[in-house]
Write a new protein. Structure first.
Length: 217
């Protein structure tokens, strides 16, 4: 089972420097606890500030784990500049195959590429275009924003549509995102998800205990 922490420093209390410090501490905790992937998703930052934070995040992950991979949301240029492990592509971005080809020209090492998906068609497209995994969302309703969830049946369909075996970058995986907590996480896995993604799932409460309980599933 894959675990994917998506960051949001604005979710922490305090001033901007305090939020930044808490985020880096949480990233270190996540890496130390064995979270497989961390996506740095601080979309409000300008390029310079994002790159500076990305460099710090990369160092933090490297110091805390030998297995956790750090991805940068939507910015393959910054991911390459800071030595991140890959990039997460929002829906509508360039195909994963093009990003992979550009990446390999620059540094000759395989990137990890995740793709956002909102339907089984999106998942299928990500799989055939060579992504490592797709994150389909939202599975459950987001109460705070009143966004309706697509449900577990849609997750099952997406998993079936994405089952293309080797995607060109290794075994393709479908991760579930959106309203996932310790109560409904098992249902996502039983519906075929290869892993679980979240912001609050990993950014609230005792992260080490959360990871331990999820691994029990």
């Amino acid at each position: 089972m894959l675990l994917y922490y998506i960051t949001d420093r604005k979710g922490f209390a305090g001033s901007s420097p305090e939020q930044r410090s808490q985020l880096l501490h949480r990233i270190a905790q996540a890496a130390g606890a064995g979270v497989d992937y961390i996506q740095l998703r601080e979309k409000d930052l300008c390029s310079r500030d994002l790159e500076r934070l990305a460099h710090e995040a990369v160092r933090t992950v490297r110091d805390s784990s030998s297995v956790t991979k750090l991805l940068i949301n939507g910015r393959s240029d910054i991911a390459l500049a800071c030595g991140a492990d890959g990039v997460h592509l929002p829906s509508g971005e360039l195909p994963a195959s093009e990003i992979r080809a550009l990446w390999m020209k620059c540094c000759h090492r395989e990137p990890v590429i995740g793709v956002s998906a909102h339907s089984s068609a999106d998942v299928r497209r990500a799989a055939t275009q060579g992504a490592n995994f797709a994150v389909i969302a939202p599975i459950f309703e987001k109460v705070r924003t009143d966004v309706k969830g697509i449900g577990l049946d849609a997750l099952r369909e997406a998993r079936e549509r994405g089952d293309v075996g080797e995607s060109g970058s290794g075994r393709f995986a479908v991760l579930a995102l959106g309203g996932i907590n310790l109560t409904n996480a098992r249902a996502c896995l039983e519906a075929g998800a290869a892993g679980l993604a979240g912001i609050r799932l990993f950014q609230s409460g005792d992260l080490v205990e959360t990871v331990r309980r999820l691994r029990q599933f």
